[in-house]
Design a protein around this ligand. Structure first.
Ligand code: C2E
Ligand code: CA
Ligand code: CA
Ligand code: CA
Length: 275
């Protein structure tokens, strides 16, 4: 027994070592990927459920790796957060997104994810506003998405940052509502314009009565607080129809197609005569 125990440890060490090396490689790679412009924005359509109209896009980070192809954010955003690289990553991503979306005229919005880590930066609002000025993207077409966990650390600072952005016309979205530390107090303490229901609730709506009831409750809460609700992870038309009946304002998800690159969005808008 002792012997197999030791073998198991040897195996464990090796796999830990491999994992550690993979992580270190990724971290090193990410450090140079950011200045090289390998982190690029992809755009996921957000649709108004009542009219079916395209309202805008959520910006999602992708790493265009020279040998590994397109890497999704779950593999590098946590590393970027732990190492502080998220600040630079987010700025390069926003710069590209603002510049790319600037001349998709009409009134399409773009919605960017801001990580909890960035809400510790007292200059965040000024940095975002500067980027808007430099790229010529209008503040009132920008929304920022923040998860609730981000708001616990320093509520006063979050209030000040979000207040400054909102004063410029930037919309503030409470992301992943219903997961983590849901607190109704936050809904009053912070200047939200919109609530986003996490994909986990939407995905289970068809099988799970409780999920459907919860989505309905969040939609009614949104009504009474005057906060439009977005549902994410809408994968098919049946779900879309149920959400429309419930009175959810906006939806996004694969039923509208997978996230597109800047070029992909341009092509799609051109086809729909929306450029
Ligand atoms: P999120 O903000 O909750 O974004 C929604 C995620 O759900 C995206 O994954 C999107 O591609 C995926 N998704 C959308 N529709 C569907 C659907 O119909 N079915 C399924 N199964 N999935 C769908 P993605 O792009 O992998 O992003 C994962 C998470 O990474 C995001 O979750 C967000 O928290 C984070 N993230 C992405 N970009 C950024 C960024 O620029 N900054 C920060 N801080 N976080 C980011
Ligand atoms: Ca989001
Ligand atoms: Ca999220
Ligand atoms: Ca989510």
């Amino acid at each position: 027994a002792k012997r197999s125990g030791r073998n198991r440890w040897a195996w464990f060490d090796q796999s830990m070592e491999r994992e550690l090396k993979a992580r270190n490689d990724l971290e090193g790679g990410l450090r140079s990927a950011i200045p090289r412009g390998e982190i690029v924005p992809y755009f996921e359509q957000q649709v108004d459920l009542a009219s079916g109209r395209l309202e805008g896009f959520e910006v999602l980070a992708r790493w265009q790796h020279p040998t590994r192809g397109l890497i999704t954010p779950d593999q590098f955003i946590p590393i970027a957060e732990e190492t502080g690289m998220i600040a630079d990553l987010s700025m390069t991503l926003m710069r590209q997104a603002f510049a790319g979306a600037r001349d998709w005229n009409s009134d399409l919005t773009i919605s960017v994810n801001i990580s909890p880590w960035q809400l510790r930066d007292a200059w965040l609002a000024q940095k975002v506003i500067k980027l808007l000025t430099e790229t010529g993207f209008p503040a009132d077409r920008l929304e920022i998405e923040i998860t609730e966990s981000a708001l616990f650390e320093n509520l006063a600072l979050a209030q000040s940052i979000l207040g400054s952005l909102k004063n410029q016309g930037v919309g503030i979205v409470l992301d992943d509502f219903g997961t983590g530390y849901s607190s109704l107090a936050h809904l009053r303490a912070l200047p939200f314009d919109r609530i986003k229901i996490d994909r986990s609730f939407i995905a289970s709506m068809n099988e799970n009565q409780d999920s459907a009831a919860l989505v309905n409750t969040i939609a009614r809460m949104g009504d009474s607080l005057n906060l439009p609700v977005t549902a994410e992870g809408v994968e098919d038309k049946a779900l879309e129809e149920r959400l429309r009946e419930i009175g959810v304002a906006r939806a996004q998800g694969w039923t509208y197609g997978k996230p597109l690159s800047i070029t992909g969005v341009r092509r799609m808008l051109a086809e729909r005569r929306m450029l």
